[in-house]
Design a protein around this ligand. Structure first.
Ligand SMILES: C[S@@+](CC[C@H](N)C(=O)[O-])C[C@H]1O[C@@H](n2cnc3c(N)ncnc32)[C@H](O)[C@@H]1O
Ligand SMILES: Nc1nc2[nH]cc(C(=O)O)c2c(=O)[nH]1
Ligand code: SF4
Ligand SMILES: [Mg+2]
Length: 235
């Protein structure tokens, strides 16, 4: 593996899914295979509703790390306690462009339990402790089983029923947050949107949230997952 490129890393609570509320170090890897991250290319991307800036290595605690040991040391330093296991959520961008056997081993050696948020289009290395697959539009999902499947709803090219062949212990619907699709213009305005608590802009998400509630109530085993960090105004 050449050097690992990380956009940002931070300590917060997992905001989504079955681990919602659990303290975690987040490692956001740079780069994705379903969008290049440029607003000008969003509309034509396979994944066109992304809420995340994953371009470059310039975020908090971001950088380029020469080997797995150096990155794992950097990440465990963000865990504030002697309590083990420590918990890490690897996300991005698409983490499986970079997360390999060497990094899984180095993170385990540091005492981390490893969770991953992936679009499911790339195979996972062995040893991931918690896998969340979130299928996107016309992409081909190659992972056939996971701990939780998180469907961002609605999607023009994909419905939840298209995904139930993927084995999962939990099937979640997560309301699509459309605040990033309004093309407000400058990078500064987009960054301000990303940092704005949903409480301030809740009107914008009520439609998809209500659609998700209705879908879950009509279609067990689907359950609702909210992006609680956005309501709380935390990372
Ligand atoms: C930014 S992605 C990074 C990990 C991976 N590339 C993926 O798509 O799963 C992290 C999580 O945010 C979700 N997500 C991205 N944009 C969203 C949006 N506009 N509304 C709701 N969830 C979104 C993704 O589906 C995924 O579960
Ligand atoms: N608190 C918090 N929880 C999250 N769960 C998934 C996230 C992601 O961007 O992958 C995320 C995130 O960015 N922050
Ligand atoms: S696959 Fe994930 S990181 Fe890539 S553009 Fe979509 S939501 Fe964003
Ligand atoms: Mg996020």
């Amino acid at each position: 593996m050449s050097a690992y490129r990380v956009k940002e890393a931070f300590y917060t609570l997992q905001g989504e899914g079955a681990n919602q509320g659990r303290p975690a170090v987040f490692c956001r890897f740079s780069k994705c295979n379903l969008w290049n991250g440029r607003e000008a290319d969003r509309a034509s991307a396979v994944c066109n509703f992304c809420d995340t800036d994953f371009v470059g290595v310039d975020g908090q605690n971001g950088g380029t790390f020469a080997d797995a040991g150096a990155l794992a040391d950097h990440l465990i330093a963000l865990w504030p306690s002697d309590f083990r296991p420590a918990f890490i959520v690897c996300t991005g961008g698409e983490p499986f462009l970079q997360l390999d056997d060497a990094l899984v081993a180095a993170l385990h050696d540091c005492g981390f339990e490893i969770a991953v948020e992936t679009n499911g289009t790339l195979l996972a290395p062995a040893g991931i402790d918690w896998l969340c697959v979130s299928p996107k539009g016309r992409s081909t999902v190659v992972i056939d089983s996971c701990d939780e499947l998180k469907f961002v709803y609605p999607q023009a090219d994909l419905s939840p029923e298209d995904c139930v062949h993927i084995q999962a212990d939990h099937y979640y619907l997560s309301p699509r947050d459309d605040r990033y699709l309004t093309q407000p213009g400058t990078q500064e305005e987009l960054a301000a949107l990303r940092n704005a608590s949903l409480i301030a802009t809740s009107q914008r998400i009520t439609n998809h949230t209500a659609e998700c509630v209705e879908y879950c109530m009509s279609n067990p085993p689907w359950k609702l997952s909210l992006q609680t960090h956005k309501y709380l105004g935390i990372d």
